[in-house]
Design a protein around this ligand. Structure first.
Ligand code: GRF
Length: 201
């Protein structure tokens, strides 16, 4: 199916929910064919089940290597004929096995304006650095950490009385807005990549 997507999660799944909601209300023309979690207790699994979406738990610790774990994900996603894989709070690095199986077909959402503040605790990094603006980035996934070509970004202000929680909440609202939009535009296929630069239209 041309507009099948797979979503990879490890936890809360609020970005997964934003995709579920966008499909339900017609803002996103796609079908979430499978949600994979590497954690059996990820709350996002319940969100998927409530929406009638197929789920699969693959515990990375049960595999002999990262490649073997990634290959199991590739097999499951290929069997559902996904056109796009969306990482949504998936807390594992993916290997060349995975990236090579879905070239320019894997998206991630990161809670900062990349290339600033990659990695964990991006909102805390932004606060500690003293930036006046931060935001959210949807990017293509390659084997580097949070460093593939940028698909979409949204900016939020950072206020002097912000805490990690208040800034995270402000950024999260933008994540939920831009991720479904980015997924839809990538599925539409009217984009090209020149070096690092992804252009729509
Ligand atoms: C989000 O902040 C996302 O940007 C980051 O991990 C968090 C996942 O949250 N990659 P959720 O599981 O989607 O609620």
């Amino acid at each position: 199916m041309e507009r099948n997507i797979g979503v990879l999660i490890s936890g809360r799944g609020s970005n997964l929910q934003s995709l579920i909601d966008a499909v339900a209300n017609g803002r996103l023309d796609a079908r979430i064919a499978l949600v994979i979690s590497n954690k059996a207790d990820a709350y996002g699994l319940e969100r998927a089940r409530s929406a009638g979406i197929e789920t699969l738990v693959l515990d990375h610790k049960a595999f002999p290597s990262r490649e073997a774990f990634d290959q199991a994900m590739v097999d499951a996603l290929r069997a559902r004929e996904v056109a796009l894989v969306c990482l949504a709070g998936f807390m594992r690095l993916v290997s060349a096995t995975f990236v090579g199986a879905f070239p320019n077909q894997i998206l991630n959402i990161h809670p900062a304006l990349l290339p600033s503040f990659p990695g964990l605790h991006a909102q805390r990094q932004a606060l500690e650095h003293g930036v006046r603006f931060s935001g959210a980035t949807v990017h293509l996934v390659d084997t580097s950490l949070d460093a593939g070509p940028i698909v979409m970004q949204a900016v939020v202000p950072v206020f002097s009385d912000d805490t990690e929680d208040t800034l995270s909440a402000r950024i999260l609202a933008e994540e939920h807005r831009i991720y479904p939009e980015a997924v839809g535009r990538m599925l539409d296929g009217d984009w090209s990549i020149d070096g690092r630069r992804l252009t729509f239209g």
